[in-house]
Design a protein around this ligand. Structure first.
Ligand code: NAD
Ligand code: WQD
Length: 339
């Protein structure tokens, strides 16, 4: 099938492009390169041995996107393109609402116009806020998010629910927990612009010496060891779930016009456990200090994955060791390429 991947040169989009191609699909990428580099396209081609069609387009540019839809007869869209820095969204709410919501509105309007009736959307466990129970399932109440970024995901899900109720478009929102790791080839991975905020790139950049020290934000939480707990999932497992979701829609297997699935492993890992796993599996010593809590952090969250496992027939299989060793191999490859 012919699948448009918006934000396809980004972290999750690039791994999904590879997984789609490996499953026989034709991939079309649009990205404005706001948070990624065009060379990722060559890396995708190298891994897969196939050439993806790539165009530098901003999804907020309706006319350019319309021309792209016109030119390439598409069967489905996976919409990754979004700004995702939580702290920045608090400083620049309008930029986040405009980029993340206008891009989605344009995609949906063009899907309707060009009769592309299958859409997969990147949502986030951030819509659950501080969970009322654990592991959290898809039936849990969606809360008022802490940040404008999180709110764009909540509003986007509402837009999708309403649009699928009124049009031919079917959609699946995938609520990612904490994606980490990189492709085993070390040809694609996470490439944060500026100083990273997410734990895994902070760990690998500290280990390689780009950052002096890793701060553990909070040690007095009511958790296994006082630090926050998250459900880290390998990005290649996440990518494969997109293939399953898109094929579910294309094969007419959706049970409703709009569906929502959690994508996690179901395992909670604390910040300190992640640090110790990194040290154990890579042999690298991390320079870290225990410090104050980071404002806005939920205490702990991990996914109930039963619905995704049973209904999609998908399960994350990669281990914590795979996550840290693949992330580390990618960081080493970045260093080698910069020398
Ligand atoms: P990323 O920044 O690596 O990828 C997003 C890509 O979208 C980038 O290449 C960027 O240049 C592009 N982009 C942004 N705005 C665009 C626009 N208007 N037009 C065209 N391209 C645009 O981020 P990622 O980690 O790969 O995230 C992908 C999606 O998954 C995002 O929607 C993000 O909100 C969501 N998500 C990410 C995480 C995470 O922790 N990484 C967790 C939950 C959800
Ligand atoms: C994980 C844990 C930090 C950095 C964010 C978004 C969420 C989703 C995923 C998109 C936390 C701790 C981190 C550091 C640390 N993204 N940490 N020192 O906060 O779970 O979620 O990314 O949708 O919306 O909010 O991920 O990787 O930032 O943090 O101690 O230098 O690591 O406090 O407990 P988070 P994260």
């Amino acid at each position: 099938m012919r699948i448009l991947v918006t934000g396809g040169t980004g972290f999750i989009g690039s791994h999904t492009a590879v997984a789609l191609i490996e499953n026989g699909h034709d991939v079309f990428i649009v990205d404005n390169l706001n948070n990624s580099r065009a060379e990722v396209v060559q890396s995708i081609n190298k891994i897969t041995g196939k050439a993806v069609i790539f165009s530098t387009i901003d999804c907020c540019d309706f006319t350019a996107l319309d021309a792209f839809f016109m030119q390439h007869k598409l069967d489905a869209v996976i919409h990754f393109a979004a700004l995702k820095a939580v702290g920045e969204s608090v400083q620049k709410p309008l930029a986040y609402y405009k980029n993340n919501l206008l891009s989605l509105l344009n995609i949906l309007e063009l899907c309707q116009k060009h009769q592309v009736n299958n859409v997969v959307f990147s949502s986030s466990c951030t819509v659950y806020g501080e969970p009322d129970y654990l592991p959290i399932d898809e039936q849990a109440r969606v809360k008022q998010p802490e940040s404008p970024y999180g709110n764009t995901k909540k509003i986007a899900e509402e837009i999708l629910r309403d649009t699928t109720a009124a049009t031919q478009i079917k959609a699946i929102s995938l609520r990612y927990f904490n994606p980490v790791g990189a492709h085993a080839s070390a040809l694609i991975g996470e490439y944060p612009m500026g100083r990273p905020n997410n734990l895994m790139p902070v760990i690998t950049q500290t280990a390689i010496g780009k950052l002096n020290q890793l701060q553990v934000f909070g040690t007095d939480y009511e958790t296994v060891d006082g630090s926050n707990v998250r459900d880290y999932i390998h990005v290649v497992d996440l990518a494969q779930a997109h293939v399953v979701a898109i094929e579910r829609m294309l094969q007419g297997k959706s049970k409703a016009a709009y569906e929502v699935f959690n994508l996690g492993t179901g395992n909670g890992i604390s910040v300190l456990e992640m640090i110790h796993a990194f040290e154990k599996y890579t042999g690298q010593k991390l320079n870290y200090i225990l410090t104050h809590r980071r404002p806005g952090d939920v205490v702990q969250v991990w996914a109930n994955t039963n619905y995704a496992n049973d209904e999609l027939g998908w399960k994350a299989t990669r281990t914590l060791e795979d996550m840290v060793t693949d992330a580390w191999r990618w960081e080493l490859a970045l260093k080698q390429n910069s020398n």
